[in-house]
Every structure is written in structure tokens, then in C-alpha cells.
Design a protein around this ligand. Structure first.
Ligand SMILES: [Zn+2]
Length: 259
């Protein structure tokens, strides 16, 4: 099993993902454009079997219908995506394990907050956590907004209970490429974060859209303010030194909305 990260160059800077299985079958996550996906499938001699949509927003389902028409593929998503996701043919359940190759699996996580129809996919190889396809729940150095059918307190529960508990070396595959902007937000609220400064400096040498960079949960713990709720600098800058983690998170999300 291999994960391919494909930059769509859309105005919202979406990432698409293709999971390539050992027998040349492919699963595509959140297809934006059928041309882009077909181009990749052709070049790599892959057969598309399944689309998985992390959630119902238009920029995560736009390529569904054309790909269904061309490939007759299945579409898997969250139960609350019924009536919203074109071609939905299988509802994925929380905690469900989907076997891929002999030694690799997807574990389905129900991760509400950005919307209430949002899944994330934890990839396991030999029973070890390899990567998380996080949709618009967790971004590199940020989290999804809650303005289109979401709720910040619910997103706090999701991030703290389902993402913060992952192993440090789990690779994060987000739905959008917002790293540079998010690092600048981190530094706006935590100017003494030297890891964030270093990442920002490195970005000038490596195009973030090339998709070869592996940012892990361990990295996120250092550069993502939404996973650094106990930072005294963050709390002081929000004037929330003694507040609950949830209040710090919600305040950060509000701050990021208007930043
Ligand atoms: Zn979204």
C-alpha cells in the first residue's frame, strides 16, 4: 500500500489522495477533478475501485460524478452525507476496520467539528499507525474552520480526543495546503515558537505543493497552536491564562477566523 498526495492547484489549495494497493487497485480520497485523477491513474496503470469523501463540502466531492460515470466505482462516506454526496453506496462506521492489502488497513474515525458528517482515515500497516487522512479536521499547523455547518467546541473534542492521542510519527495528510499561512498565525500568537520559525524559513527552500514533505503528529505538537493549548505564551496573548483548554481552543478558532 502506498499513499500518493496530489496537489490540485485549486483556489482553495486542495489536496487529493490516492491509496495504491498492491494489486493496482486504487482508492481516491476527496476527488476535486476527474481529469487530474484520471491522469494519475493512467500514468501509474491503476484501476479506480472506490472514492472516499471525508465530508460533504463541494470542494471534496466535485469529482465524484464524472469518476463514477467513467469507472463505475463505489463511494464511501459518513452516514450524515446521505443525500449530500453524489453516488454514496456505503456508509462507513466509527471504528470500522477496512482491509486493504494483506498487512494494511484503514481505521475509520468519526471526526465532527468542521462539519457533522466528517470522517478521518487512520492508515495502519502491520498494526502500526502510519498516517491519518484528516480532511478538514486537522491541517498542518492548523484546524478546519467551523463556519459551514460546524461547531468549535465539537472540533476541540475531536482534536483533543482523537488526534492528540496519535503516535508522534503518524504522518498528517490534510485536505488543504495552508501551511505557510498557518505558521504565520502560530507566530502571531506565539512569537517565541522557534520550531514554527524554522518551518517557515524552510518553506522558502521547498515548495509546499510538491507533496514530498511528511509532517507528523509530533511536528504538529510543536507548530500547531490548536495542539499547544497549555502554552503560557498562547494563553497570555489570549488573556486566558487560567481558562480551560476548550476555551483556549475556541478562542484560537475565533482569532483565526478574523486573522
Ligand atoms: Zn470542508
Amino acid at each position: 500500500m502506498k499513499v500518493h498526495q496530489i496537489y490540485t492547484a485549486s483556489f482553495m489549495r486542495n489536496w487529493n489522495y490516492i491509496i495504491e494497493l498492491n494489486d493496482s487497485r486504487a482508492i481516491v480520497i476527496d476527488p476535486l477533478s476527474d481529469e487530474l485523477i484520471n491522469d494519475f491513474l493512467d500514468k501509474n496503470s491503476l484501476t479506480l475501485k472506490t472514492i472516499i469523501n471525508t465530508h460533504e463540502h463541494f470542494d471534496h466531492i466535485q469529482g465524484n460524478q464524472a469518476l463514477i460515470d467513467q469507472h463505475g466505482c463505489d463511494v464511501w462516506s459518513h452516514k450524515n452525507c446521505v443525500g449530500k454526496v453524489p453516488g454514496l453506496s456505503r456508509i462507513l462506521k466509527t471504528g470500522e476496520i477496512i482491509n486493504l492489502d494483506l498487512d494494511s488497513q484503514i481505521k475509520v474515525l468519526d471526526t465532527p467539528g468542521h462539519t457533522f458528517a466528517h470522517l478521518s482515515l487512520l492508515l495502519l500497516v502491520k498494526n502500526t499507525q502510519l498516517a491519518i487522512i484528516a480532511g478538514d479536521a486537522l491541517f498542518n499547523a492548523g484546524v478546519g474552520n467551523c463556519r459551514n455547518g460546524g461547531d468549535p467546541e465539537t472540533l476541540y473534542q475531536t482534536i483533543s480526543q482523537q488526534f492528540c492521542v496519535l503516535h508522534d510519527d503518524v504522518i498528517v495528510y490534510p485536505g488543504h495546503e495552508y501551511l505557510e499561512n498557518n505558521l504565520k498565525f502560530t507566530l502571531s500568537i506565539e512569537p517565541d515558537n522557534s520550531d514554527a520559525s524554522d518551518w517557515l524559513l524552510n518553506l522558502q527552500e521547498q515548495d509546499p505543493t510538491i507533496g514530498s514533505r511528511h509532517i507528523t503528529i509530533g511536528d504538529e505538537r510543536k507548530i500547531n497552536t490548536f495542539m499547544r493549548l497549555d502554552s503560557l505564551t498562547i494563553r497570555s496573548n489570549l488573556d486566558l491564562v487560567d481558562a480551560s483548554d476548550k476555551d483556549v481552543f475556541v478562542s484560537l478558532r475565533m482569532r483565526r477566523d478574523s486573522w
